[in-house]
Design a binder for this molecule. Sequence first.
Ligand code: SF4
Length: 271
Amino acid sequence: MTSTVSSAMPNPTSFPLPVIAAAPAAGNGPVGANEPPSAELLANLAVQSQRLETATPREIIAWAVETYFPELTMATAFGPEGCLIIHWLAQIEPRTYVFNLETGYQFPETLALRDRIAQRYGLVVDLRQPDTTVEQYEAQHGGPLYNRNPDQCCFDRKIRVLQQATTGMRAWMSGIRRDQSPDRAKASIVSWDKKFNLVKISPLANWTKQDVWKLIVAEDVPYNPLHDQGYTSIGCWPCTRSVMFGEDERAGRWSGTAKTECGLHTLGDKE
Ligand code: SF4
């Protein structure tokens, strides 16, 4: 379900998507497809990823746009990394389809940031919602699942929605960084995302938290005000708390449980 679409952003339902090629196209970059990748494509992605290790995030985004637009999309939870990628995308190709997984459980401050980004860049992030409202979902399951079965809740309200949002796309970008967690430490800049059958591009993979915040301050990029209240990583409100000094950056996510990821970026899902 799509709730809002920018005048600058094409609505995915009316977006003029070219027919997806199953084989690598001629040109200088790899071509993904919504079907299993060929060995040639995987090898090409590995070469590109290695080559881009020394590129700046802006150069990586420019490469992604040149290689995949308009079948390039970006998912953002309005974290600082996502805001920074939007900052560059607005300069490079503002028609890139950017969306947020609006689970129904996000903080008001997070959703308000979407409006500030629209005002600053004229780029409106599309809110992609599950098929059920929070009320319907909780009624179906006899109450919230986030405290009893968060994996199912994340699957229903994030992963399934991302699968729908990326239909017809060849590549997606995310803001993950290697220094965020041991699992993310293995992230490539360019890889095949087996879970979504897409090329995955992580322009900030080899940036640090300090790199990100330094540029956000220098460029006056809008960010979530909850970061100033001790929330270092922000997801849905039932599964997010502020962190104390010395705690890990993602310690406030699913705190008190063994869960550390919603599943969107779980490694083992990529080649
Ligand atoms: Fe549900 Fe929590 Fe996952 Fe949000 S982060 S989808 S509330 S389990």
